[in-house]
Every structure is written in C-alpha cells, then in structure tokens.
Design a protein around this ligand. Structure first.
Ligand SMILES: NC(=O)c1ccc[n+]([C@@H]2O[C@H](COP(=O)([O-])OP(=O)(O)OC[C@H]3O[C@@H](n4cnc5c(N)ncnc54)[C@H](O)[C@@H]3O)[C@@H](O)[C@H]2O)c1
Ligand SMILES: [Fe+2]
Length: 385
C-alpha cells in the first residue's frame, strides 16, 4: 500500500495572513527569530492577532540551525503558557524549532498520560524564506552542537495544520538568502525526483517545483520587489516540500547537514555547492562511471526542456544547469570556496564521512555509497574537480 500526505491547509497570495482573523482560539505562542522582531515583521503578525482579540507570547530566541538547548527553552514556554495555537514565523530554523518543541511536548506527555488525553495545540507555519518547505513536511532538523551533527527528526505529528504563504514576508530577503534558499528548493525537487520512494504524486510536485525554480529564481534574485516571482518561489518551495516529505531526500542533503554542523555553511548554500557533484555521482557519469539512476535524472532534464542526444548528456546538462545557477548567484562551486581550510576539511575527513553515512538522508539515497567513494566525492567537491 502506498501513501501520499498532502496535509496542511495552504493559504497563499496577498493578504493570506488574514486567515488569522478567523481563528476562534484565544491564546497563541509565536516561535520566531530575533531578526523578525527587530525588523518589525512579527508585528505584522501580532497586529492581526490583536485585531482578533487573541492573547500571545513571543519566543524569539531561534538561531540559524536551532540547537537542542533552544528547543528545550521554547518547550518550557509552551508548557508554561499552554497555548491553543503555536505559530512559527521565520525560515526553516524557526519552523523546525517549533516542530521539535511540539514533538517533544507530545512525547513528554505520552510518558504521563494516555494518547487520547494529550492536548496538542494547533500548529500554523508561516515561512519567510522560500525555502525549506518545512511548512508542509514531517521533518525538523535540530543541531547537537556538542556532537557537531544535525539531527533530522521525522514524525507525521510535526506536519503543520495550516501553512500561510503571504508574499509580504519574503520581500525583505537579501539576494544571497534568496539564492541559498532557492537552491535548497531545487535540491529538494531533484532529490525527490530520483528517490527510491518516488511515485506519480511526488514526481508531479518535484517537477513543477524544479521548473518554477529554474524560471523564477533568477528574476527574484535580481529584484525582490517582483511580487509575482516571490509568489512563484513560495509555491515552488512548498511543492518541493510536498514531494520530499513523501519521498525522502538523498546524499546531497546528507553531506550538506554535516557541512552545516561542522563548518557552519548555510544549509541552502551547502546544497547549491554539492548538488552538481551528487547528480554526476548518482547518475554514474564521467569519472563516477558505475550503475546509477541516470534514467531518472535524464527524464527530469528532458521534462525541464533540456535537450541532448543521450541520457548521459542530459544528466550532464542538468548538473551544468545547477552549476550555472550557482555562478549566476555568486555561490562558490567548491567547498574550498566556502572558506573551509584544507587542514580542517581533510583533517576531519574520517569523522565527517562517518556522520554523512549515518545521516538519514544519505540512507535514503538512490545509490549506495561506500567510505572510499565518499572520500573521493568529497575531495572533488572540496577542490571543485
Ligand atoms: N524541515 C525541513 O523539512 C527542512 C528542509 C530543509 C532545511 N531545513 C533546515 O532549515 C534551516 C534553514 O532554514 P532557512 O534556509 O529558511 O534559513 P533560516 O531560518 O536559518 O534563516 C537564516 C537567516 O535568514 C533570516 N531571514 C529569514 N527570513 C528572512 C526574511 N524574509 N528577510 C530577511 N531575513 C530573513 C533569518 O532571520 C536568519 O538570520 C536549516 O537548519 C536546515 O537544516 C529543514
Ligand atoms: Fe534542504
């Protein structure tokens, strides 16, 4: 039996935030990051809650790649305030942190009482990047700073009940964040499309997300004020999320998680750098000649309008498209270009390989990868070869 979850109600487009005016609940906790407070963005949200005569408490301590300690601090606020609604406002970090808080909240209570007595607040996600797709996924990524790893949690109970995609919230994005988070979308779409768990539904969302990203990310990057492009990238991000929450991701995310935890490379930037190499590796082309999933990449390339005489050439073109986008967005095309020293990179190679192989995304990769192959792939990504 197969299953495809398309859970949250999605409100999108201008004024979609007005959905909050309809909420019958009376108390909310808002989980967000400090920028959302200092920039006045959270006020746009709290104004609506006040209009609806809702009480609220703001927890705004979420840092990029939220830590277990931050999640624990937010969890205390949820226990103390007992909200009827939890609203996450921010990028993937704020949404993931809120998800992890709710996950641990339910787990904690299930140790004390039976499932039917556990009250779970309604969960609303308002992404301000486009993005991680976290507003529709069952995943949350939490950082264990002591171990230097990013831990992906996965549980259906973390899927928000409602996602609000109001283009008001992405108009403050700086160009580099537009590029990083947009390349994260492309990576989600491509990894979902070649996943062993792919199906007609995940393929449909992944293809549309990749197509929208290739078309709309460059104009959005050049001019954040184009409302139409902002809306399209929101759609792309959410569609890619719907695809990968059902199909899983792959090796590119496995490597990106470790590069993020170990060297603090922003998530989308890490994916952007790594993606072209993983396409070649998984397709089994060029120096990585061996059985791979060439056919799926070639099919996607063709559907995206790329033309070539062979499946191998189509895979090259897809990898090249991702690389050209990086160059256009001034994203380095190697990990050495991300400021990681050679000593730091090769000195930690062994432990990084172990972490990457243990990552749940690597385990979902369509092609098995050995330590030796990973060593050679990582060396290539570092040197840009
Ligand atoms: N749950 C999932 O399914 C999933 C998928 C992919 C990535 N992730 C995780 O999400 C995190 C990355 O999220 P992200 O890339 O959205 O960035 P982020 O949430 O980490 O935010 C990065 C920075 O951008 C700022 N920012 C966010 N929105 C802004 C806006 N509209 N204007 C100006 N600045 C803004 C934030 O304040 C922050 O300083 C990583 O921890 C990653 O592992 C989760
Ligand atoms: Fe991602």
């Amino acid at each position: 039996m197969n299953r495809f979850d398309a859970c949250p109600k999605i409100f999108f487009g201008e004024n979609s935030l007005d959905y909050l005016l309809r909420l019958p609940q009376k108390k909310a906790v808002i989980i967000t990051d400090p920028y959302m407070v200092s920039s006045g963005t959270v006020k746009v949200l709290t104004d609506r809650l006040e209009q609806n005569q809702m009480e609220y408490v703001v927890f705004s301590k979420i840092e990029p790649d939220p830590s277990i300690e931050t999640v624990a601090a937010g969890l205390q606020v949820i226990f103390r305030e007992k909200p009827q609604v939890v609203i996450a406002l921010g990028g993937g970090s704020a949404i993931d942190a809120a998800k992890a808080m709710l996950y641990f909240c339910v787990r904690f209570k299930s140790g004390l009482m039976e499932q039917q007595y556990i009250y779970q607040p309604m969960f609303i996600a308002i992404p301000t990047t486009s993005g991680t797709g976290s507003e529709v996924t069952s995943y949350a990524v939490v950082s264990d700073r002591q171990q230097g790893v990013k831990v992906p949690l996965s549980h259906r109970s973390m899927i928000p009940a409602v996602a609000i995609l109001d283009p008001e919230f992405t108009k403050t994005l700086p160009a580099n964040m537009i590029a990083y988070t947009g390349m994260d979308v492309l990576t989600h779409a491509i990894e979902a499309y070649v996943s062993p768990q792919r199906n007609d539904f995940t393929n449909m969302f992944a293809l549309e997300a990749a197509s929208l990203t290739i078309q709309c990310l460059p104009p959005f990057y050049r001019d954040v004020n184009q409302t139409r492009m902002r809306e399209k990238m929101y759609s792309a991000s959410t569609m890619a999320g719907l695809a990968f929450t059902n199909s899983g991701l792959g090796l590119c995310h496995g490597i990106a998680h470790t590069m993020g935890a170990q060297y603090h490379v922003p998530h989308g930037k890490a994916n952007a750098v790594i993606l072209p190499y993983v396409i070649r590796f998984n397709a089994g082309i060029g120096k990585y000649k061996r059985p791979g999933v060439k056919h799926h990449y070639a099919e996607l390339a063709k559907k995206l309008g790329l033309t070539a005489n062979s499946e191998e050439e189509l895979c090259w073109q897809l990898a090249m498209t991702a690389k050209v986008l990086c160059e256009q967005f001034e994203i380095p095309t190697s990990l050495s270009g991300c400021g990681i020293s050679e000593q730091d990179f090769f000195g930690n190679m062994d432990q990084n390989i172990t972490k990457i192989l243990e990552d749940a995304c690597t385990k979902a990769n369509p092609v098995n990868v050995s330590r030796e192959e990973l060593y050679s792939l990582l060396s290539d990504i570092y040197r840009g070869e």
